[in-house]
Design a protein around this ligand. Structure first.
Ligand SMILES: [Zn+2]
Length: 630
């Protein structure tokens, strides 16, 4: 886990305050900010784990015990640990964030070192978020100034009134070199904080200047609503920068994860089970205002795998609960390319991905201006499955009036249908493709089958797991195996019953395993009385020379214990012998449980859970047994 109260740079928080924060933080509320949770029965909640990739929820939250645990990857802890892992915060930063939420005033104790701290420092994240909050206020105030007229006009031209601008915190970066920088410095933010947060940058002369100037500003928030960066649009002809500028990568702003508008949209995304991905800040605003509250946009980067991860957890996109992701594109080549790439990237995602292309190639913001709110809602409602979109895109490239064109179009389109993960949908698409091409079903079906067999692996059974690597003789497990065999050969009366009770499969080293088999072949160690006759009989039962030689060696090698072996020593050795396989069986079982769909396979799910509980009990018993010490 983590060391509590560890004084990182930030000064130590008093233990009582940490306890209070833990007590007052509702774990369900904290986790719900980023992961959609549904009831798992018995007062527990579950969702898709943010720490590993999964399709059915194994991430469990117990509000009663104020803890969370993932059966899939084994991560778990309290609210503090969740923030540390999910938001990459330090311990102190997590406690501070939770204290803010719960309205708890934290008290800090000075470190043991003699040098007194001038004042308790907050964690870096909290400082950067505070600097952004102050910057939002600054930019907002600037929007009402005379110099901001082009910004106000831009918003008005796009159909956004004052209330809309306020709802999204729009602002204006003034025509000045360091107005914001000075303002924030006066509020106590340091040079380093402003540079690290991406709000300011050093000029050529070395003085600190504002990063954004003469631009319309949109604050970009994370899932919890904290402002972590800005998007800035060019307003003036003589501004030779790009149309949009964004905050660079900072400790709190990761563009591969950031989705503009997600803080306002997340509850509707979870409720409706759908999300609409648009291309810009004004499109998000237009959609929300037009009655499509589930819209979000990426910020200065293409939609990618990390964005999918964020959205899937909000959608709780599982095998049994399908969440819809709807991409809107203004029909240009770039948008189409992005959509087709999505088809290649994440097959399991394809069935739930839809494309909404405006007939007039307008983005949602233009559409709302030209045709009103209803037209925006219609655009989303008229969405088309990504597969259909992709097929149409391929087919449109060929002249279907010629036989050659039809055949070539079929050859190009067949692999897309063959790639469909949802195989029940293939016949439907074969028929559709045949219809679109104006061909008989038969040849299209043959083409799809041929394409399917040309891309092996997708439908094939999972490859067998690689054989266990052969353990080296001097690894700890091999030592334990060796010790167990020595006990059976040298002390059969003492060790026999316990030795026989442990299965042969626990011996991983092939030669050890051969000796274990020889002991079993002569009736087991419990029947033996010891001495040279016993050793000889085991040696004779060995099937290979290496095992035979090893028996001779083990019969005389001293045990790794001072003095006489006792039952406790045997018990500890046998517990250690089984430890590795029990833990790996637990791991396998957890991963199996994660793959079982509890809705459709309730019995299998509960059986596996029962097995897991008894294995874990066994593991606990072994751990206690092994703790006897060697
Ligand atoms: Zn997990």
């Amino acid at each position: 886990m983590y060391a509590e109260g560890v004084a990182d740079m930030a000064g130590r928080i008093r233990d009582e305050d940490i306890a209070l924060v833990r007590e007052r933080s509702s774990i369900a509320d904290v986790i719900s900010e980023t992961v959609t949770l549904k009831s798992a029965g018995a007062g527990n909640l579950k969702g898709l784990c943010p720490f590993h990739d999964e399709k059915s929820p194994s991430f469990n939250v117990s509000p009663a015990r104020n803890v969370w645990y993932c059966f899939g990857c084994g991560a778990g802890g309290d609210a503090i640990k969740f923030l540390m892992d999910a938001e990459h915060l330090s311990f102190v930063e997590s406690v501070e964030r939770l204290a803010d939420r719960a309205g708890i005033q934290l008290r800090y104790v000075e470190g043991d070192s003699a040098a007194p701290r001038p004042r308790p420092q907050q964690g870096q994240r909290q400082r950067l978020v505070a600097a952004h909050a102050a910057a939002v206020e600054f930019y907002r105030a600037q929007l009402t100034t005379a110099g901001a007229r082009p910004a106000r006009e831009f918003l008005a031209r796009r159909g956004f009134d004052r209330a809309a601008a306020e709802r999204y915190g729009c602002g204006f970066a003034p025509d000045a070199w360091d107005l914001l920088t000075k303002h924030l410095r006066q509020q106590g933010f340091t040079h380093d904080e402003l540079v690290t947060g991406g709000l300011s940058r050093p000029s050529r002369s070395g003085t600190l200047i504002d990063r954004f100037r003469r631009r319309l500003m949109w604050p970009i928030r994370d899932l919890t609503g904290d402002v972590i960066g800005f998007g800035a649009r060019k307003l003036f002809e003589d501004d030779d920068g790009p149309k949009y500028l964004n905050t660079p990568e900072t400790p709190i702003y990761k563009k591969s994860h950031v989705l503009y508008g997600v803080d306002q949209a997340k509850r509707e995304i979870a409720k409706q089970g759908k999300v609409v991905v648009v291309e810009g800040y004004t499109d998000v605003m237009a959609c929300h205002l037009a009655g499509v509250p589930t819209a979000v946009a990426t910020c200065g980067t293409a939609f990618g795998g990390d964005h999918i991860g964020v959205l899937r957890r909000l959608l709780m996109d599982t095998d049994d609960v399908a969440g819809e992701i709807i991409f809107t594109f203004d029909g240009d080549a770039a948008g189409q390319k992005a959509a087709l790439r999505a088809f290649e990237d994440d097959q399991r995602f394809v069935g739930r991905t839809f494309i909404a292309v405006s007939p007039d190639n307008m983005d949602p913001c233009d559409l709302r201006l030209a045709k009103g709110d209803l037209a925006v809602r219609d655009l989303v409602a008229r969405r088309e499955p990504l597969v259909d979109f992709a097929l149409r895109h391929v087919i449109n490239r060929y002249d279907l009036d010629t036989v050659d064109g039809r055949v070539e179009a079929m050859r190009r389109a067949a692999p897309l249908v063959a790639k469909l993960k949802d195989r029940e949908k293939r016949p439907e698409y074969v028929r559709k493709l045949a219809g679109d091409l104006g061909m008989e079903i038969e040849p299209v079906q043959r083409a799809v089958l041929a394409a399917a067999s040309a891309t092996p692996g997708r439908d094939a059974a999972p490859a067998p797991r690689p054989a266990r690597p052969e353990p080296v003789v001097d690894n700890p497990h091999s030592m334990v195996e060796r010790e167990a065999l020595k006990l059976a050969l040298q002390e059969p009366v003492l060790a026999g019953p316990m030795f026989d009770a442990v299965e042969a499969s626990e011996y991983r080293h092939p030669v050890h395993s051969a000796v274990r088999a020889a002991v079993a072949a002569v009736g087991g160690a419990a029947t033996a009385t010891g001495g040279a006759v016993w050793i000889e009989s085991v040696r004779d039962a060995c099937e290979d020379l290496a095992a035979r030689a090893l028996v001779g060696e083990l019969a005389v090698e001293p045990l790794r214990i001072d003095g006489e072996p006792d039952p406790r020593y045997v018990s500890v050795t046998m517990a250690r012998l089984q430890w590795g396989s029990v833990t790996s069986r637990i791991r396998d079982l957890k991963s199996r449980i994660q793959r079982i769909n509890p809705v459709n396979n309730k019995d299998e799910y509960f059986a596996a859970f029962g097995e897991l509980l008894s294995l874990e009990q066994h593991a606990r018993a072994l751990r206690e047994q092994a703790a006897g010490g060697l």
